[in-house]
Design a protein around this ligand. Structure first.
Ligand code: ACO
Length: 366
């Protein structure tokens, strides 16, 4: 039950002041530290986005974090040897989270850079070991995006792929007070440390209502198979009470600007790959059918495409297995979690809201 004073899901509640990013749900605009998404994506690498987010939160932040981040990738790789059969039976994001939990807590730049490095190193190692292949050690001299792809595929990134990877990582690096960032901030507010904040973020991210959606987007596209099947498949899914993955958003009442940033990245890649233009055209036909049906069925609800729909297409084109998509999201979003955690540690108070008790009154003593 909800009421205006206590909105379900904290909808509309302002729970933090931040210099990091602004999500304007009416205008469909994302601003990260004074830059719009368009000004960043395609022009910056994830290293630059991390520097932008970390600026002012670490005294010893170097101008170019590339070498220190490369060294951090090399340093965290030694944790990969802890992946045993039990951990490898877990999903990739859970196994990756277990390795992150091995890193000590701390609040300094060294800890933060290891935490930026960790998902990018652990995820490819998990994916490769689960496929029966040997993990590939990091190359500190490469860019973060190029090294991530090389560690996954055991060969240098194909032309255009590192740029597409950067476009994705920058697109998702921060996004206001989303569920996982809120979880990270709550954890940081107790002064638990940055590793604990990142673990809280990963845990909140993995659910299908947040970062777990793009894998199911691929399942939906594969189940639909051909453009002419889209309407019937979508109608049947909605009749069963299911949600369409990759559509709808708590804040955006218009198109999620990240969807178009990623569609642009897919288009740029499509110029270089034989199969991708057809896959993109098919996905666009499914998107159009879904939007038309959602408008017919929920005329009062502004439901549009969100970041996850084209995430699925881009990560598929970069040959990540769908089970790893949520983990790739963490590779980018960890930057935002850490910046928010530092902002919370530096200037914030313990986050401790209240609840309204709606349970039974205590029994009267006989
Ligand atoms: N498909 C069908 N109907 C939907 C969808 C969808 N994807 N999203 C919302 N609706 C409907 C709901 O059924 C509800 O209808 P009702 O009022 O008739 O019951 C109405 O729209 C509002 O839904 P809420 O749950 O109140 O919206 P909320 O703001 O809580 O949810 C969310 C946002 C979780 C993203 C939702 O749109 C959703 O489940 N989408 C699918 C999963 C997804 O794509 N997640 C990724 C989000 S982006 C990100 O986190 C990075």
């Amino acid at each position: 039950m909800t009421d205006m004073a206590h909105p379900e899901g904290l909808e509309g509640v302002i729970a933090a002041r931040t210099v990091l990013s602004e999500v304007d749900g009416q205008a469909g605009r994302l601003v990260i530290r004074g830059w719009t998404l368009d000004q960043l994506v395609g022009r910056t690498r994830i290293e630059d986005a991390v520097s932008l987010l970390f600026d002012g939160f670490f005294e010893d932040l170097p101008k170019d974090i590339g070498p220190a981040l490369g060294a951090a990738r090399v340093a965290v790789f030694e944790e990969v040897s802890a992946l045993d059969d039990g951990l490898l039976k877990l999903g990739p994001v859970e196994a990756m989270r277990a390795l992150i939990a091995r890193l000590p807590d701390g609040e300094d730049l060294e800890t933060a850079l290891k935490l930026i490095a960790a998902p990018a190193v652990f995820l490819p190692a998990v994916v490769r070991l689960q496929a029966g292949e040997t993990p590939v050690a990091p190359d500190a001299a490469l860019s973060h995006a190029a090294d991530l792809l090389r560690m996954l595929h055991a060969r240098p990134a194909a032309p255009g792929h590192a740029e597409a990877m950067d476009a994705y990582l920058v697109t998702v690096c921060d996004h206001g007070l989303n569920a996982s960032t809120f979880a990270a901030r709550v954890t940081a507010s107790t002064r638990a440390g940055l590793t604990s904040a990142v673990l809280a973020g990963v845990s909140a991210l993995k659910g299908p209502l947040h970062g777990g959606a793009p894998g199911p987007v691929i399942e939906m596209l594969d189940a639909i198979g051909r453009p002419e099947n889209a309407r019937a498949w979508i109608e049947a899914a909605l009749d069963r009470g299911e949600r369409l993955m990759g559509f709808g958003h708590r804040i955006y009442k218009v198109r999620d600007p990240r969807a178009d940033a990623l569609k642009g990245a897919v288009r740029r890649l499509a110029g270089q790959s034989g199969r991708l233009p057809g896959r993109l055209a098919f996905a666009e036909s499914v998107e159009a059918a879904a939007l038309a049906i959602l408008r017919e069925r929920k005329p009062d609800r502004p439901l549009d495409v969100n970041v996850e729909f084209f995430t699925a297409l881009l990560l598929e084109a970069l040959a990540f297995p769908p089970a790893a998509f949520t983990g790739v999201f963490a590779v980018g979003r960890v930057a935002g979690w850490l910046a928010h955690a530092r902002e919370q540690q530096v200037g914030g108070r313990l986050i401790r809201p209240q609840s309204v008790y709606i349970g039974p009154a205590p029994l009267r003593a006989a």
